[in-house]
Design a protein around this ligand. Structure first.
Ligand code: VIB
Length: 217
């Protein structure tokens, strides 16, 4: 039995959660063996995902119940708009992604579904619900990335996508995010907890579908 709210959410989101954090796409990434075409389509779609994710971080910033929380969220917004953004630009250059696919690619079904979930939560979700979707997106990425071996692939497109998600600063952010949802979750009634659980399960399913969409192994 999980002793935290986030542990409880995660436990009830199996088997999807484990399918995400051990996905064959991530294992191929560790070996530098994701085919170039898969990596290109994955990153092109993910860049669109990150746009709505950034808006959702803004929603968390606005809905937070205290200044200390807003400061922590603001720090993470700075990362998405600096290091992470330069990675996408450099990876797109290396993969020969043209202007149109950087700005308005044809969206995959998995991307559309995920964006709808984030936009609905942004528009109508409580602070706890926004945190729930953020926790799934960040925690699941930390969890697959920490499974990487010490020796990384040579190609920076593969290697940096791993190190963006398993560095100490990212871990601290994910720890903070989970702790924040545990704090806010403690005050929720049963109905609101159930809403968070449904969102957690939906977002985990979206993460799984997102990897599946770029993997035909
Ligand atoms: C489908 C999908 N899910 C989660 C992430 C993780 N993620 C989204 S934005 C961001 C920057 C965080 O501070 C990170 C790590 C992703 N990239 N793509």
């Amino acid at each position: 039995m999980a002793d935290t709210f986030t542990g409880w959410l995660r436990e009830r989101s199996e088997p999807d959660w484990t399918a995400v954090i051990t996905h064959p796409f991530t294992r191929a990434l560790f070996d530098g063996l994701v085919p170039t075409e898969s990596m290109r389509s994955y990153l092109v779609q993910d860049y669109q995902f990150v746009d709505d994710f950034l808006a959702l971080l803004g929603s968390a910033l606005a809905k937070a119940d205290r200044y200390a929380s807003r400061l922590a969220i603001a720090g993470s917004i700075a990362v998405v708009t600096s290091e992470e953004n330069t990675y996408f630009q450099r990876a797109f250059d290396a993969l020969g992604v043209g202007e149109a696919d950087r700005i308005s690619p044809r969206l995959h079904d998995a991307t559309v579904t995920f964006r709808e979930l984030m936009n609905d939560t942004n528009a109508r979700g409580s602070y706890a619900e926004v945190l729930t979707v953020l926790v799934v997106a960040e925690w699941s990425y930390l969890e697959w990335a920490v499974r990487a071996p010490a020796t990384l692939p040579e190609n920076f497109v593969h290697a940096e996508w791993i190190t963006l998600h398993n560095n100490p600063e990212f871990r601290r952010w994910v720890d903070w995010l989970c702790g924040e949802l545990d704090r806010v979750g403690a005050d929720l009634d049963e109905r609101d907890r159930a809403r968070c659980l449904r969102l957690f399960q939906e977002a985990t399913r979206c993460e799984r579908d997102f990897f599946d969409a770029h993997w035909s192994g």
